[in-house]
Unconditional design. Structure first.
Lengths: 335, 325
């Protein structure tokens, strides 16, 4: 099954009707795919870590709706949603976590190392911070070669206290690079609260220190993310330089599957954020705006369910990589 | 026969490559209008401007990570560290990202990145401007490491480094930068992984690296007066390492000494010795010996500094000791 990712033409701040449904569909693909990965993890089929994006779908969806496959996305350990929103198929993502040769990284990466340069998913990393620098570097290439593309980094609140954030935003600023820095502030770096780890509770406010625009949006509101990202990406493409976007959001599952999820946050807090679920909120808006939305939503639900059934089946039936290839591709001239 | 200094040779290589490939850009501190602390980029800023000769803030980790992203997306960056010691601020980006991108993407991304810098002990530069550290990089899968010792090798290997789709450390010993040698006017590129036999002999094989090549040749000349015939091999690149040339020489001489300014423990000499014993045990007439710089931070005061680096006398002594085994 191939997926024709819907990228409607639209205003950069407000999607058209088809764009609304495309946003809903993309968020649902991420959610349902993550739910499958949770089940597969619990069934023992995911061999390593599994960092889900459940609760944060609006961020990747709202940003990537503005990107083409020629734009470059760099991401972090919680990158499933970014990969899917950038065009990696659920087949390739699930197969990767199952360690299969059909995975997007051909079984070399798992949850934290997703590579699909064919669609501009330039890599996720188990180290927080480098994606910020690499997105700036992609911006450097695009500026050097006179291309209209942008580099986008997705990272968490943990990364903003890493030196890469400081060095990357400063260089992107002084060289006016076409880059967008998207911070998913989900309040915790694993179990360390951002309120503890940062002297200033605002990430967006840091932009001023680098002389670039910084905006803070509700990261559970896909339209808010969409508008902020649309403006930032437009600025970048126009040669006006980088933007920092802080998206306040929340992961409703543990840091990684199989980990405890207590002692650092309360059940009440989790429930309060679940009540602000980005997909539920957006479907309510779709229905309120469009009385005929029910049918469209039902159609998308059915399509995405079939897509996931197919993807899981595909991944489970895919072969593992040949052990004889374990040292291939260390260098460019290697098999 | 045209002669150029080592630095002029690499500068000519860089200029030639930048002229033929518009995706090449250089980053570093003072490599723009200043032309580089070691004159590595003199004249290029005037020709190519700031996008291709990019002066940076003192953000080694930052600009290495930036160049990683640039290399992944179609540019060919050259990082000029000035002193290689400064690369240590960027080791996380290098080991965890730069070295691994090609492998983790299953060969779908390339990493055409040159990392150049001045290495080595001398001029009372003291411990933050004297490091070499190349064995550490040779230890990591994914890097290529060049340590040329002549202007001719420097130019040919620098062009190969720029054209490579792999990350290359190109390391220039401070004592070599002003040395002159023959560099032909016609274009040439030298392959990585091909050692040079810089002096032929039959009694003893000495592998010497970077600045140790000249010192070893001086020592070999001393021993020649006593009728001792020393073969000297310059690996030129230590990753890949041309063990075949070393083993061929060992087969002839039966004795092997490795002379290297960097630390002995877990070093490149240990690797060469281990491979020699593994692959050519029957050729050995004596234990493989190493002569290294002292395993210490680098001191400032001239007599202290001189005490931590092999010189022609200590190399000659090490040769005689090995012949007496």
């Amino acid at each position: 099954m191939t997926i024709a990712t819907t990228r409607a033409t639209h205003d950069r701040l407000e999607p058209d009707a088809a764009g609304y449904l495309a946003l809903y569909r993309q968020m649902l693909i991420i959610r349902r795919c993550e739910e499958q990965l949770v089940r597969l993890y619990q069934a023992g089929l995911v061999h390593g870590a599994c960092h889900t994006y459940i609760g944060e779908e609006a961020v990747a969806t709202g940003v990537c709706a503005h990107l083409t496959q020629d734009d470059a996305v760099f991401s972090t350990h919680r990158g499933h949603g970014h990969a899917l929103a950038k065009g990696v198929t659920p087949r390739e993502l699930i197969a990767e976590l199952l360690g299969r040769v059909t995975g997007c990284s051909r079984g070399r990466g798992g949850s934290m190392h997703l590579f699909a340069p064919e669609v501009g998913m330039m890599g996720t990393s188990g180290i927080v911070g480098p994606c910020i620098l690499q997105a700036a570097g992609a911006g450097y290439t695009f500026k050097l070669l006179g291309k209209p593309q942008v580099g986008v980094a997705f990272f968490g609140d943990g990364a903003v206290n890493n030196g890469a954030f400081h060095e990357g935003l400063n260089m992107a600023s002084i060289w006016k690079l076409p880059a967008v820095f998207v911070c998913e502030n989900n309040l915790y770096a694993t179990e360390i609260a951002f309120s503890y780890a940062a002297g200033n509770p605002s990430v967006a406010a840091r932009a001023e220190a680098y002389g670039i625009p910084g905006v803070c949006v509700d990261g559970n509101d896909v339209l808010a993310v969409y508008a902020a990202a649309g403006e930032a990406i437009h600025r970048a493409r126009e040669g006006d330089g980088p933007t920092l976007i802080e998206c306040r959001t929340y992961r409703t599952r543990p840091h990684s599957e199989g980990m405890r999820d207590a002692g650092y946050r309360t059940q009440e807090e989790i429930e309060a954020w679940k009540a602000r679920d980005p997909i539920t909120q957006f479907s309510a808006k779709l229905l309120a705006d469009n009385p005929a939305g029910d049918a469209a939503i039902a159609r998308i639900e059915a399509e995405v369910k079939a897509m996931m059934d197919d993807a899981v089946e595909f991944a489970k039936n895919s072969p593992f990589p040949d052990p004889a290839t374990a040292t291939d591709h260390i260098f460019s001239n290697h098999a | 026969m045209r002669e150029l200094t080592y630095t002029a040779a690499t500068r000519e290589a860089l200029a030639e490559e930048m002229a033929r490939d518009a995706t090449i850009f250089v980053v570093g501190e003072g490599i723009g209008p200043r032309g580089g602390n070691f004159a590595t980029t003199v004249g290029l800023y005037e020709q190519y401007g700031p996008m291709r000769l990019r002066d940076t803030p003192i953000s080694e980790r930052g600009f290495v990570g930036l160049c990683c992203g640039a290399a992944m997306t179609g540019a060919r960056p050259v990082v000029d560290f000035m002193f290689l010691d400064f690369i240590l601020d960027a080791v996380g980006e290098l080991f965890n990202q730069v070295a691994k991108v090609q492998y983790m993407s299953n060969g779908r991304l390339k990493m055409p990145l040159v990392l150049r810098g001045c290495i080595g002990i001398g001029n009372s530069a003291a411990t933050h401007h004297s490091g070499s550290y190349y064995p550490i990089f040779a230890h990591i899968p994914g890097f290529r490491v060049a340590v040329p010792s002549t202007p001719y090798d420097a130019k040919g290997l620098f062009k190969a480094a720029i054209r490579s789709d792999d990350p290359v450390l190109f390391l220039e010993h401070r004592s070599l930068l002003a040395t002159k040698g023959h560099v032909p006017e016609q274009e040439y590129v030298l392959p990585f992984g091909q050692a040079a036999v810089v002096r032929s002999g039959k009694d003893l094989t000495v592998v010497a690296i970077a600045s140790m090549v000249r010192k070893t040749l001086n020592a070999a000349e001393q021993l020649a007066g006593d009728g001792i015939s020393v073969e000297v091999i310059d690996p030129r690149t230590i990753a890949p390492l041309d063990m075949e040339t070393i083993l061929q020489s060992l087969h002839k001489t039966g004795r092997l000494l490795i002379v290297d300014e960097t630390f002995a423990p877990c070093g490149i000499g240990a690797e060469i010795a281990a491979q020699a014993m593994d692959r050519a045990f029957d050729d050995l007439d004596a234990p493989v010996k190493r002569l290294n710089g002292a395993h210490t931070p680098t001191p400032y005061s001239p007599p202290l500094e001189a005490a931590v680096v092999p010189n022609a006398e200590s190399i000659a002594q090490a040769m005689r000791d090995l012949l007496a085994e």
